[in-house]
Design a protein around this ligand. Structure first.
Ligand SMILES: C[S@@+](CC[C@H](N)C(=O)[O-])C[C@H]1O[C@@H](n2cnc3c(N)ncnc32)[C@H](O)[C@@H]1O
Length: 244
């Protein structure tokens, strides 16, 4: 049985097992636990990416494919999205969702580790991730790998949970996030891996919006902009790969 301490090491095999155990209820719990805000957060990340309609986009840590789907809505013509994830159960569910929604010609999903992406250098105009990079064992290596496959002048986009700034709202939100969310998550998912206790712990142990921006800049990204939403619950980071 995996403990919180095991999960917080972010060892790939632990993270795969944990997400595999909640894959079937992942979308339902996202909707319930975020009060349906999650869709608007991904849409906001897409908007901030300033993507051209013919772009090639990579969504790493795609899970059940929702960010990839959000990108596909602003693409046309030759624009395409690839979603990648190392949890096969998630990829399988993403693939089923794409088939059901007739999106398989615009979006492909593949099994791949974000730390070793099976793509050539400088290929995608946008490489993006929603609520995923926090789970990657080596943050710096993950950002660097996303940068590698992005074209010069292209963008690396990170949507992640962040810390609310208003003290009163922060107190109320943290009570929900640390106490109520894990309880509901466990009740519905029945996961033995404590996935919904790991969620707040991993967010609280993750760099805040300014440290994440500094990390992206130290990886070589330029003009890293940060855009917060919903009183600071989430932040979108957009950095440009130099060289164009
Ligand atoms: C919280 S889910 C986010 C899913 C989706 N992006 C979304 O917006 O809902 C995190 C996903 O990241 C994946 N993941 C974590 N570490 C990974 C890695 N090193 N390589 C590929 N996928 C990874 C997990 O398997 C999981 O599906």
């Amino acid at each position: 049985m995996l403990t919180q301490t095991d999960l917080l090491t972010k060892k790939g095999v632990y993270i795969q097992q944990m997400f595999g155990s909640i894959a079937k209820v992942y979308d339902l719990l996202n909707t319930i636990l975020s009060f349906n805000f999650d869709k608007s957060w991904r849409k906001f990340a897409v908007k901030m990416s300033n993507v051209t309609p013919d772009a090639k986009v990579l969504d790493v840590c795609t899970g059940t494919g929702d960010l990839a789907i959000a990108y596909s809505k602003v693409l046309s013509g030759t624009g395409r999205v690839i979603g990648s994830d190392f949890c096969h159960e998630m990829v399988r569910l993403a693939d089923l969702k794409l088939k059901k929604r007739n999106l398989s010609d615009k979006i492909k999903v593949i099994d791949a580790d974000t730390l070793h992406l099976p793509f050539q250098d400088n290929y995608f105009q946008v490489s993006a991730v929603a609520f995923g990079i926090r789970n990657v064992s080596d943050l710096r290596a993950g950002i660097t790998e996303m940068m590698r496959i992005t074209t010069p002048g292209g963008r690396v986009v990170i949507l992640e949970f962040s810390q609310p700034t208003n003290p009163l709202f922060k107190a109320i939100y943290y009570f929900y996030f640390k106490k109520i969310l894990p309880f509901i998550g466990k009740l519905i998912s029945r996961s033995k891996y404590h996935a919904y206790s790991y969620l707040p712990s991993s967010v609280l142990n993750f760099p805040d919006r300014y440290r994440l921006r500094a990390q992206m800049e130290s990886c070589g990204l330029k003009e890293v902009k940060i855009y917060s939403r919903t009183l600071g619950i989430i932040t979108v980071h957009v950095g440009t790969k130099p060289g164009n």
